[in-house]
Design a protein around this ligand. Structure first.
Ligand SMILES: NC(=O)c1ccc[n+]([C@@H]2O[C@H](COP(=O)([O-])OP(=O)(O)OC[C@H]3O[C@@H](n4cnc5c(N)ncnc54)[C@H](O)[C@@H]3O)[C@@H](O)[C@H]2O)c1
Ligand SMILES: [Mg+2]
Length: 341
């Protein structure tokens, strides 16, 4: 028995080491590419490329699946020769990751070129990210989200905010430098808290005017400069629904590309069961109310399409599984339905 246990343990440890060293080697390689322009320029010749057009990712529909094709450098050259632009595009590409075998992945925005020519040549379509994220595989959606955020950042940081002079990107696109002021700019992401407030037996969900009809979500808000996560949660809950948070618990985080790169920090918060009267801030929210367990469970099952009623009103439904709000709501349901430890 002991021998079997030891053999299983040895096998598990060696697997762990192998996995770990693959991951570590991959991260070290990506870091080298970010730091070493000539190594990264060389890597572009053997890398693969994700295409964007004015920040819309390129998708191909195969059967009923939406795929995100990666083009080789040679395929890119063939396409771009049609526009006599073979050199310029590679300068604009940004590094977004690599395979376990160290094949680097880049993203490039071909917004200056005629969209329809590329689409008919490659048999696909540049698709709004707001739609693309929800129809591709989970792994692809996180690649598209971070690639778009990085491309967007480069597009909007072409000039130094101190000298007004053009900034130059490094080959990987992990920074931009202004040679006049000496300032180095790094890609930005904004921290945002998303909080599912509960009074112990109900949870609080709200609607912003921009949400699709019928969708309710957890409260969210950007962190102010100088705040920690706890302070942002307390302030946002007070500002948006007039309640005081008594305790809170971190759940998970997620990169979110809308409106531009955000780091969503998801928390559960409790308010006192005796102080649950909502005072909604109608400048930010259109609706905010308490939901019981049964209504939340029903809402999770509901499709946006089936939420419209005959009288024109909508039954509540919640964000899809790709959004961290969905995870918070599922965790709350689980907590309500599992017996206390
Ligand atoms: N992934 C998810 O599950 C999920 C769920 C809800 C919200 N979100 C995201 O969280 C973001 C923020 O939520 P919110 O709209 O409730 O925030 P919010 O309550 O802070 O209100 C938005 C307002 O904050 C101001 N603001 C302050 N800092 C800002 C910054 N860095 N960028 C843009 N505006 C800033 C602007 O005036 C803006 O109109 C939304 O854009 C949304 O995309 C994601
Ligand atoms: Mg908000």
């Amino acid at each position: 028995m002991a021998a079997i246990y030891q053999a299983v343990h040895r096998r598990a440890s060696s697997l762990f080491c192998r996995l770990h060293s693959t991951y570590v080697r991959k991260m070290r390689y990506l870091n080298e590419l970010k730091e070493d322009d000539s190594l990264c320029r060389q890597a572009q010749t053997s890398g693969t490329f994700y295409l964007f057009h004015n920040l819309f990712p390129f998708l191909q529909k195969v059967g009923n699946k939406y795929l995100v094709p990666q083009l080789s450098a040679a395929e890119m050259k063939t396409i771009l020769e049609k526009f006599k632009e073979t050199e310029q595009w590679i300068e604009k590409s940004v590094l977004i990751g690599c395979s376990d075998e160290h094949v680097p992945h880049f993203a490039v925005d071909l917004g200056a070129l005629e969209k329809s020519v590329i689409e008919s040549e490659l048999k696909g379509a540049f698709t709004d990210l707001q739609k693309a994220l929800f129809i591709v595989d989970e792994k692809d959606s996180s690649v598209l989200a971070s690639a778009q955020s990085l491309l967007r950042w480069h597009d909007s940081h072409q000039y130094c905010s101190k000298s007004g002079q053009p900034t130059q990107k490094n080959v990987a696109g992990s920074k931009r430098v202004c040679h006049a002021s000496g300032i180095t700019y790094y890609p930005q992401t904004s921290p945002v808290v998303i909080t599912l407030v509960s009074d112990g037996s109900r949870c609080l969900l709200s609607r912003q005017p921009s949400f699709p009809p019928g969708m309710f979500s957890a409260l969210s808000g950007f962190c102010d400069v100088g705040e920690n996560v706890e302070e942002t949660v307390r302030r946002e809950v007070a500002e948006e629904v007039g309640l005081e948070v008594e305790s809170l618990r971190y759940s998970a985080s997620q990169h979110w590309p809308f409106p531009s790169s955000c780091l969503m920090i998801a928390c559960h918060a409790l308010v006192r069961a005796q102080q649950t009267e909502i005072s909604m801030n109608s400048q930010e929210l259109e609706a905010a109310r308490w939901f019981g367990l049964e209504e939340v469970v029903e809402g999770l099952k509901r499709e946006p399409r089936s939420s419209k009623q005959d009288n024109g009103s909508y039954l509540p439904w919640f964000p899809p599984k790709q959004a961290i709000a969905h995870q918070l709501i599922c965790e709350w349901v689980e907590q309500q339905t599992s017996p206390p430890a």
